[in-house]
Design a protein around this ligand. Structure first.
Ligand code: SF4
Length: 330
């Protein structure tokens, strides 16, 4: 039998980004576990396959309940149909002005710059959505943005917008800068946590050199995600004067303990990042096993407030389809 070669992840810049796991057995082998140790494992998910870079897998522990492993491991329960869980739980499709451009909230427009991600998070609210490529619609998107004087902020999202090479991002940002009523550029990305090398000097130059005020919103759900190299990369970016925020999702079996949430906030702050949002799980089909009961979540937030100064307590919110803003909870 010919041994299977490991997949190699090239990284968004075309540089070697280390190994990328797309087979459940390979990932478990890497962290020293066997499939029979994971109850309800789905080794071959029908959709939304496994995708985990080794840079992230290295932070997992040899524990079937590891909180980082749980975020990426496909389970059989994802196939169950659960009432209230749908393919587009926050009605992204309804908010689409033209393919690639979403307008949900006053003053802000969101661009889906790519459908690709460095990692597949099982709880992702966009896990079932297929995105048409943005680039063929780019001129039409710029025309809409230029005509809508109410807009002051553009959010680059995806997928993960930092999967784009720096030159592509620079071109996109340069075009956005020409729209005079735009003031801010927000980037939502999991890459700084998953693969901190993505925070390179060229990207910092592009953002710091822009007339748009740049805000980078990362996503870490558990303190173990914030390894030393992640912390160092983020602290360096913070020292350059960039605004860094974090948003997390409250996930059963991952961060549903007050000790974990408190440690996450402390660790984020030590890396120069403010804990911004703690999202209630968006009810996307296949994610019901991550749901935390609202009464439990309320207790967690109340305990967190009792332990931490206010600036370390993230705002607990839910995105509600069709609402004009995120809904505060608690
Ligand atoms: S869009 Fe974000 S949350 Fe969803 S799979 Fe990609 S990296 Fe994970």
């Amino acid at each position: 039998m010919v041994p299977q070669q490991p997949d190699l992840w090239q990284g968004p810049q075309g540089k070697p980004g280390g190994r990328i796991f797309t087979r459940v057995g390979d990932l478990l082998d890497f962290i020293g576990l066997t499939p029979d140790q994971i109850p309800d494992l789905d080794p071959c998910p029908l959709t939304f396959g496994l995708k985990v870079p080794s840079a992230f897998a290295e932070r997992m522990r040899q524990d079937p309940k590891d909180p980082l492993l749980r975020q990426v491991l496909p389970l059989g329960s994802e196939r169950q149909i659960v009432a209230g869980y749908s393919q587009d739980p926050v009605a992204d499709r309804r908010a689409e002005r033209i393919p690639g451009l979403l307008v949900k909230y006053a003053g802000r427009a969101l661009l889906i710059v790519t459908g690709a991600c460095a990692i597949h998070c099982r709880y992702c609210f966009r896990r079932h959505l297929k995105y048409p490529p943005l680039w063929p619609n780019l001129e039409a998107i710029f025309a809409v943005l230029a005509a809508d004087m109410s807009l002051s902020e553009v959010i680059l999202s995806g997928g993960d917008p930092l999967m784009l090479p720096d030159d592509r991002l620079a071109e996109l940002i340069a075009r956005l800068e020409q729209i005079t009523h735009l003031k801010r550029l927000r980037i939502h990305s999991r890459l700084p946590v998953v693969w901190p090398e993505r925070l390179n000097d060229r990207l910092a130059e592009i953002l710091l050199g822009s007339r748009l005020t740049a805000i980078l919103v990362i996503q870490a759900n558990h303190p173990h995600e914030l390894s030393e190299s992640v912390g160092q990369a983020l602290s360096e970016w913070r020292s350059l004067g960039l605004t860094l925020l974090n948003q997390s999702v409250l996930l059963r079996g991952v961060n549903d303990r007050v000790e974990t949430l408190a440690e996450l906030s402390e660790r984020l702050f030590a890396c120069g990042i403010l804990p911004y949002y703690l999202h209630a799980l968006d009810p996307v089909a296949g994610s019901a096993h991550f749901a935390v009961e609202e009464t439990q979540a309320r207790c967690l937030l109340s305990e967190l407030r009792a332990r931490l100064p206010g600036y370390l307590v993230p705002r607990w919110v839910r995105e509600q389809a069709g609402a004009s803003a995120k809904q505060p909870l608690g």
